[in-house]
Design a protein. Structure first.
Length: 123
């Protein structure tokens, strides 16, 4: 292990730097306990999700068939077609145009409404 260089950071973390072919720490640059603690914490946090997913997949395997996906694909296709039709009817050609060219800003509409109300009051 003479080719391994070990040093400590200011916060007390020990770092071991070794050639890629050696097995020191948790990789070519060993981060020691911090990385192992983070890995363990992540595994513990994800354990319920992993267990639920494994149980669900086992249920699919025991049923002998995959869930029927046709309905999901049909609903997705219907939504896409509906979106295309709405765009065809209500869509605005906005390529290369600024938003102010397409629609009047709300602040301008409010200002014009206030001016119209003032004119109505004056009469």
């Amino acid at each position: 292990m003479s080719d391994v260089v070990t040093f400590s950071l200011a916060d007390g973390t020990t770092v071991a730097v070794a050639p890629a072919n050696s097995r020191v720490g948790t990789g070519a640059v060993g981060l020691g306990d911090r990385l192992q603690t983070a890995e363990q914490s992540l595994r513990e946090a994800l354990a319920p999700v992993t267990a639920a997913a494994a149980e669900m997949m086992d249920g699919f395997r025991q049923a002998g068939r995959r869930p029927d996906l046709f309905l999901g694909y049909a609903v997705g296709a219907a939504l896409m077609i509906t979106g295309g039709l709405v765009t065809a009817v209500l869509g605005v050609a906005a390529e290369g145009r600024s938003l102010e060219d397409i629609a009047v800003p709300l602040s301008v509409k409010e200002h014009l409404a206030e001016q119209a109300a003032e004119r109505a009051d004056v009469r």
